[in-house]
Design a protein around this ligand. Sequence first.
Ligand code: FE2
Length: 371
Amino acid sequence: MKENTNEAALGNGLHDSLFEGFAYIELYVGNAHQAVHYYRTAYGFKPIGFMGMETGVRDRASYILSQNNIKLVITSPISKDNSIAEHIYRHGDSVKDIALKVKNCEETFQYLIDKGAQAVSPPQRFCLETGHIILATVKTFGENVHTLVEEQGQVFDLLPGYERVNFKQLINPELFEVDHLAICLDEKTLDFWVDFYKEVFGFFQSHQEDVSTEYSAMNSKVVQDGSEKIKFALIEPAKGKRKSQIEEFLTYYAGAGVQHIAFSSANIVSSINTLRKAGIDFLIPPNTYYDRLAERVGEVDVSLDDLKSYNLLVDRDKWGYLMQSFTKPAQTIPTMFYEIIQRHNARGFGAGNIKALFEAVEFEQLRRGNL
Ligand code: FE2
């Protein structure tokens, strides 16, 4: 395995950013009512906004869910002949929009268009109960989009067209914010998309990891914005003996898309305990993973017994260490899943764990007959 960190680029304060972090992530799903129940009861999200037939909207039903700094938008089509239904038909339940907070929507939109981004919708200003919001949307990889979100006035929580709803938070796994997203790309397109985020969005490349196991291989590069709040791990399949989990994703998703969303936690043991009790299944690393862990990562503040019993993976870089765990796919098809991550100053993405994760996924692939 080859790992390469662009230390000079990380945290040197030289990067200006047009962006201020993730605004929300919108998923298109077949049945928003049931999906919202899952994100409420199993992930602890609280519905705060709704639009649908009851609010005079005829093409979709959509909820805004919130937990600390994370906002998810869960949307279903109402009729079968609209673009949301087509997206679900092609890709299954999946992420459509990775919305990014910007300081100035009009300027950022124009900048991106001048640099070669394709427009989906130009900047539009909306009046909300807490202030104003300006939204514009551009295309990115696959059939995904980035909506640029500028808030004017108080911090927004609703989006245009949504009515406030009052639901209780049912469980509290204390998920704090979106740490990063991993994106599966078609073979041999990794460098194209790294260049796209560098040249169009002004991101920089912070990491490179090439991983291979006995059976399969992948190449990965991480791009981040200057604020280091928006991080995308971009992944393409590489030649291996058998079908890699990246190829499996690309087959079932039918193209490039979001492979996982990582939520950060300040107490991963407690988060995973809560999620597990709510029925979320996590990947189990191979038995041998813990044999020489202490040698590889040194002291961490969770006991080896807890690391083992909560299936936590640990990795260390020059800044510190991180603990992470990955769920099984959240859909019937082996496409998107979630990661829970706790950072103790580490700025990597668990390169040392990718091989262990690959082997754990290969076991699941074997069970699905896809290896
Ligand atoms: Fe990740």
